[in-house]
Design a protein around this ligand. Structure first.
Ligand code: GTP
Ligand code: SPV
Ligand code: MN
Length: 599
């Protein structure tokens, strides 16, 4: 613990809890302190001096290592525990009083049992440690769409990351005091023992309890736990949507900007699409791409019936491997300074390095061992960077608009080596909801478990929806009502492979060609061919200038495989059937309608 941190005089167990103007908050902090028994309590104000002191504390205890200050000023390497490198879906629970409210898509535990189980782990767990109280705001601090929370943690690494990822500190606390309401998140790294690890959500109590992991989505509670699991539950009650989506603005040469929200599962291309750099001919013609958000999107209907979206986050917690000057120059430019790297490798001159960055050879792997290619990749496949969104050259001037940006198109997409073409458009909202609900994708390193296994991941929310998917689909369907002016819905697949196992589509910047077609469709200007699964462009309907595609690529990216889709639709029917009587008839009826046309 660093003496440089100025601790407000909050006394554990004493009568003085100077922390906030809000009794409910002070009492909760005190209660947690009594349970966890920290050596000190620190109320985070979000100041630069506080951040500097935190960095000092972590350097002193070795949890942050300085990187090359010439190439990467004020940037740090954190090596996590080797058994704590990703989200843990099997240890993540949604604890509603009625099991069916959590649904077959979630692990469930009765609230009383869950509290008892995890509180037993929290008992005395902060002895000798500092307990940090982090007031934060998800969304621009003055936005009516934003929501606040308070995370209590014993991890300085979590505090530092929360400072980058959220609006954290005094301004958030002021809003919480004004509103009187906030999401409660209690976190401890515990012993980092995978056997003593739980990520528990109590949506009815707006409460999160996370024990035993310091990693990303398990520990930065504003992110997946609050902004998706708890927020999705609140959004259903309040008539909005909390989604695992990037938000990107596409400005055409006429100066019109269309905002697109896209849901791809973890490690399936959100950050990359959000920061896309147009191909050269598009840049010359005047196309521009504006990043609003790369992971989470909160949206609600505005007075004109359109959906308006904010990015609840203030930073990016992005996948490092594969990030390069060729694939994502905006991300690379963002992370040259003031960045926390987690589980990357390092070069001889102590620069951060990961597979796909460049041709250099690292000397230390993500565990700090001498790099030995026989032991696997140098950087962990789920290694990440944490950086403020304001450092991104393409950060949209409208990213912090309190009212959000209007959404022209919603895109669903997965990692599908076969069957699924490059892009298609849903017929209408109901069909689009079915397209989202029946999304499939191959699993990635973002969660522990096998990689490359195809699973259903509706709207990329399988790990993140805080309630029963049957109710979630019904909620999505409910937006289609008189007065609504909803975006068009599309599906993309950047990951179709050829017989040689290689990706058929160049992806990255060239994905703009697909977005251009979508915007053309939104404006009623682009052509497509109707098929049972939706409207597909022919290769000639996209601008493919300077893209060389083999005959196999053209056939697979733009073709429609009736037999394959017939089998896929049987799988979709079986999946929808898993929700039993809770599933409203609309989606099964839509599935049946399409299945019939596939015969
Ligand atoms: P989370 O932060 O886990 O939610 O991931 P994400 O959806 O933001 O994924 P990200 O953009 O970080 O991409 C994950 C991996 O997919 C990286 O290794 C990328 O290089 C790769 N990737 C992204 N876009 C494309 C693409 O268009 N084509 C191909 N082939 N790979 C891509
Ligand atoms: C994801 O897994 O979708 C992420 C990383 O964005 S984490 O914050 O760990 O959830
Ligand atoms: Mn994500």
């Amino acid at each position: 613990m660093s003496a440089a941190i100025d601790y407000p005089d909050t006394r554990i167990g004493g009568s003085e809890t100077k922390g906030s103007q809000l009794d409910a908050l002070n009492q909760w902090v005190l209660q947690v302190a009594q349970l966890t028994e920290p050596a000190a309590i620190h109320w985070c104000d979000g100041s630069d001096s506080e951040y500097a002191a935190l960095l000092e504390t972590m350097q002193a205890d070795g949890s942050l290592l300085p990187l090359n200050t010439d190439t990467h000023p004020n940037s740090w390497l954190h090596r996590s525990d080797p058994d704590d490198v990703a989200r843990v879906e099997h240890l993540t629970f949604v604890c509603t009083s009625d099991r069916d409210d959590a649904g077959p898509n979630n692990h469930w535990m009765a609230p009383a049992e869950a509290h008892a189980k995890i509180d037993a782990l929290f008992a005395g767990c902060m002895r000798g440690r500092t307990m940090y109280v982090i007031p934060y705001c998800m969304g621009p601090i003055d936005s009516p769409l934003a929501r606040c929370g308070v995370e209590i943690t014993d991890s300085p690494y979590v505090v530092a990351n929360m400072r980058i990822m959220t609006r954290m500190g005094a301004a958030a606390l002021a809003r919480i005091e004004r509103e009187g309401a906030f999401v409660k998140g209690l976190h401890s790294i515990g012993e980092l023992d995978p056997e003593r690890r739980f990520i528990m959500h109590f949506p009815e109590e707006l409460t999160i309890k996370s024990y035993g992991s310091g990693y990303g989505g398990n520990a930065l509670l504003g992110k997946k736990c609050h902004a998706l699991r708890i927020a999705s539950y609140q959004a259903r009650q309040e008539g909005w949507l909390a989604e695992h989506m990037l938000i990107v603005g596409i400005e055409n040469p006429q100066g019109e900007t269309h905002y697109i929200a896209a849901a791809f599962p973890s490690a399936c291309g959100k950050t990359n699409l959000a920061m896309l750099i147009p191909p050269e001919s598009y840049r010359e013609a005047g196309w521009k791409v504006w990043t609003v958000g790369d992971d989470i999107c909160w949206m609600r209907p505005g007075a004109d019936g359109r959906l308006y979206a904010i990015n609840p986050e203030a930073g990016f917690f992005g996948v490092a491997p594969g990030t390069s000057a060729r694939s994502n120059p905006n991300a690379l430019a963002s992370i040259q300074r003031d960045t926390i790297f987690t589980n990357v490798a390092t070069t001889a001159d102590n620069q951060p390095w990961w597979e796909g960055l460049d041709e250099r050879t690292p000397v230390k792997d993500w565990r700090g061992r001498d790099h030995d290619p026989a032991k696997g990749p140098a950087a962990h496949p789920n290694s990440r960077f944490t950086v403020s969104a304001r450092q991104c050259p393409s950060y949209s001037p409208h990213a912090e608009d309190p009212q959000g940006v209007p959404i022209s198109a919603i895109v669903f997409g997965g990692r599908r080596a076969s069957l699924v073409p490059l892009v298609f458009e849903a017929r209408d909202w109901t069909h689009g909801v079915l397209v989202g609900a029946s999304m499939g994708s191959e699993t990635t390193a973002a969660a522990t478990g096998a990689v490359g296994v195809m699973r259903r991941d509706p709207m990329a929310m399988k790990p993140f929806c805080g309630y029963n998917f049957a109710d979630y689909f019904a909620h999505w369907l409910s937006f289609d009502k008189p007065g609504a002016n909803l975006p068009k819905i599309f599906h993309v697949n950047w990951f179709r492979k050829g017989d040689d196992g290689k990706f058929l589509w160049p992806g990255f910047g060239d994905n703009l060609r697909v977005l251009e077609w979508m915007i053309g469709r939104v404006k009623g200007e682009a052509e497509a061919v109707d098929t049972p699964i939706g409207a597909l462009p022919r290769a000639a309907d996209l601008n493919l200038e300077n893209v060389s595609l083999s005959p196999e690529a053209r056939e697979k990216l733009f073709g429609f495989d009736r037999d394959g889709w017939r089998a896929e639709f049987e799988g979709i029917a079986a999946y929808l059937g898993e929700f039993g009587g809770r599933m409203a008839p609309t989606l099964p009826a839509e599935q049946k309608r399409i299945a019939t046309t596939l015969q």
